[in-house]
Design a binder for this molecule. Structure first.
Ligand SMILES: Nc1ncnc2c1ncn2[C@@H]1O[C@H](COP(=O)(O)OP(=O)(O)OP(=O)(O)O)[C@@H](O)[C@H]1O
Ligand SMILES: [Mg+2]
Length: 294
């Protein structure tokens, strides 16, 4: 995918970020999908549009200060408008000075938090009551930040370490905002059959104002679980990626690149799950989102 003419700033596993001038960025979300931290060869068609559409939905829904200027191609710099694949998958945003912490909120005990609890009885350094099961709902959602590592894996830290990194005032505002958005979003999703077990917000400063940046409450930045089959005591199926994980788990693959090729039906099943998550949460038909089916 080439955005001719705009300076390339950064590419992560999923996004390509370009300088759109005037303190703005163009964040283009690809259809790349990763599983077990390895990016697959096959894209999941429209996945980038689902992530973009969902982020736009939540930002509008929450109405808090955020980085989004527009998802409409007509508002993008001329250099980006001619790319036929751009529709629906890019966000023109205000460039933020990103906080050097990932603002994670956990409502359920899973992933690296479960691993730490199982080994040490703590979550990001704070002791939890004994006897909790994997995937258990926590007594209340907890702000559990991590560092943003340039390389390798982010490190789970406690609130005090977040204070050391950004100062007390900003750490408290980031915590309060993250907890508020998670509570609202998780409650909304739960009423639509999806448990948002945990999520990662990325906050930043624009002209001194704390804003919500990056993607928001998407299946890529969060654990989405089907509520109907929720059962603590083990890992839960992922709402979106489970077809890919199940397929890969059934192979004799060491989870190191290169990844095995994904069969078409696995890709199709995963696409359907992403679309279903979007439609359940927003109540809108994904086929109406720009660029879908083109
Ligand atoms: N408004 C913004 N201003 C500046 N940087 C932003 C803004 N919104 C998001 N970002 C940054 O843009 C990048 C988005 O890239 P992307 O999500 O692909 O990669 P990543 O999160 O760094 O790594 P990964 O490969 O694990 O996804 C992130 O580094 C994020 O912090
Ligand atoms: Mg990211």
């Amino acid at each position: 995918m080439g955005v001719i003419g705009l300076p390339h700033v950064y590419s992560g596993k999923v996004r390509d970020v370009y300088d759109a001038g005037d303190g703005r960025l163009l964040m283009v979300t690809s259809d790349r999908i990763s599983a077990f931290d390895v990016v697959m060869e096959e894209p999941v068609p429209d996945k980038g549009r689902v992530l973009t559409a969902m982020t736009a939905f939540w930002l509008d829904h929450f109405g808090v200060p955020n980085h989004l200027i527009s998802t409409a191609v007509a508002d993008f710099p001329a250099e980006a408008r001619s790319d036929p694949d751009m529709a629906g998958r890019a966000m023109l945003v205000r460039r933020a000075e990103m906080l050097p912490v990932e603002c994670i909120v956990r409502g359920y005990l899973s992933g690296s938090a479960w691993k730490e609890y199982r080994e040490q009885g703590t979550m990001h350094g704070t002791r939890l009551s004994a006897g909790l099961l994997e995937s258990a709902e926590l007594p209340e959602p907890v702000f559990t930040p991590s560092t943003k590592a340039d390389e390798g894996h982010d490190e789970n830290i406690g609130f005090d370490e977040a204070v050391d990194l950004v100062g007390r005032e900003l750490a408290e505002r980031a915590r309060d905002l993250s907890l508020e958005l998670y509570a609202k979003g998780a409650d909304w999703a739960a009423q639509r059959g999806i448990i948002i077990a945990d999520t990662k917000f990325e906050l930043g400063l624009v002209d001194g104002e704390l804003v919500v940046a990056d993607e928001v409450l998407t299946p890529d930045s969060s654990r989405f679980w089907p509520a109907g089959t929720y059962e603590p005591g083990g890992p839960q199926p992922s709402f979106d990626k489970q077809p890919v994980r199940d397929f890969l788990e059934g192979l004799d693959w060491d989870k190191q690149p290169p990844p095995p090729p994904l069969p078409t039906e696995v890709v199709t099943a995963s696409r359907a799950r992403y679309v279903e998550a979007y439609e359940r949460i927003t109540g809108q038909s994904f086929s109406e989102w720009p660029g879908v089916g083109t």
